[in-house]
Write a protein that binds this ligand. Structure first.
Ligand code: F6P
Length: 322
């Protein structure tokens, strides 16, 4: 039937392993041979691969990280690197490459499809959830729940000492994690790259909340917020209100751990859908889920078009914090 390869690239996301498992087992069931390239495009360029069969992906469905490891390849951004990657695919007789990652991964995958004959399919796996063409990327739900658990714990200390907490969540250029964590965690406010941060207004709101008798205020800040990061924002608030405060940066804690049921299910569905897309002769497509239905999106759209964030939630978070 043919040979496909799979790789994981960019930031690891919980559920990548469940997705590799789905790709390998679904492909094997349909008579395809499967290789896995290690460390993303770095392994593809170097020809560092491993043969994968149904047994080699046993007992990984619940594990965070990625069995294949991942990488951020600078070489893949050069014509020479792309040519080496195409060379590996051609020498190994690989008919289809399934890439798991985010926008940077799909940019590289698109370049590969332009330069060679191997069919390329993408599966969105990134905690940032900033990929156009899918409502959810694999890993996002786990990251949100991990951050939420941390915020619930922070809330205990926040309430006890009546100090505002500024909590930084991941999200390099988009505020999807901050939005969901802010909503589910009962945040006072969220600061995200999509909206301009107004520190004067934030100070007025914090002051008014304390005057209304609130004791616990949690402000969720996306790491990519344009105001310059959580420490800078907190300091600006302190300079205006002279309030004792604490900062907590959740960082890579959000990337690890066992994937949630929702991420494992999405990983399984998208893994199978990617193999189906390959078997149906498709290339340069990303498989995703939109409004609960499987959806194919041109791979180039996944990183050139901007996914919309539900801005109504930003206002609702503030209303519900009253
Ligand atoms: O893209 C996922 C992500 O976790 C971002 O939220 C974050 O900015 C970045 O990766 C961190 O990357 P690294 O693991 O290289 O520090």
């Amino acid at each position: 039937m043919g040979r496909i390869a799979v790789l994981t690239s960019g930031g690891d996301a919980p559920g990548m392993n469940a997705c590799i498992r789905a790709v390998v087992r679904y492909a094997a069931r349909h008579g395809l041979d499967v290789s896995g390239f290690r460390r993303g495009f770095c392994g593809l360029i170097e020809g560092d691969s491993v043969e994968l069969d149904a047994r080699s992906v046993a007992n990984i469905i619940h594990r965070g990280g990625t069995l294949l490891e991942t990488g951020r390849s600078k070489e893949m951004k050069t014509p020479a690197g792309i040519a080496k990657a195409v060379g590996t695919l051609e020498r190994r007789g690989i008919d289809g490459l399934i890439t798991l990652g985010g926008d940077g991964t799909f940019r590289g995958a698109s370049a590969l499809a332009d330069a060679g004959g191997t069919r390329v399919i993408g599966i969105p796996c990134t905690i940032d959830n900033d990929v156009y063409g899918t409502d959810y990327a694999v890993g996002f739900d786990t990251a949100v729940n991990t951050a939420l658990e941390a915020i619930d714990r922070i809330r205990d200390s926040c309430q006890s000492l009546q100090r505002p907490f500024f909590v930084e969540v991941m999200g390099r250029s988009r505020g999807f994690i901050a939005l969901d964590v802010g909503m589910a965690g009962g945040a006072e406010d969220i600061l995200i790259p999509e909206t301009e941060t107004d520190v004067e207004r934030l100070c007025r709101d914090i002051k008014a909340s304390f005057e209304r008798g609130k004791k616990c205020l949690i402000i969720v800040v996306a790491e990519g917020d344009e105001a310059g990061g959580v420490f800078r924002v907190a300091d600006q608030v302190w300079q205006r209100l002279n309030l004792d405060y604490r900062v907590c940066v959740l960082g890579h804690i959000q990337r690890g751990g066992s994937p949630t049921a929702r991420d494992r299910i999405l990983a399984g569905k998208l893994g199978a859908a990617a193999v189906d897309a390959f078997m149906n002769g498709m290339t340069r497509q990303m498989v995703g889920e939109l409004k609960g239905e499987l959806a194919l999106t041109p791979l180039s759209d996944s990183w050139t078009r901007q996914k919309q964030l539900d801005s109504n939630l930003i206002d609702l978070i503030k209303v519900l914090a009253s």
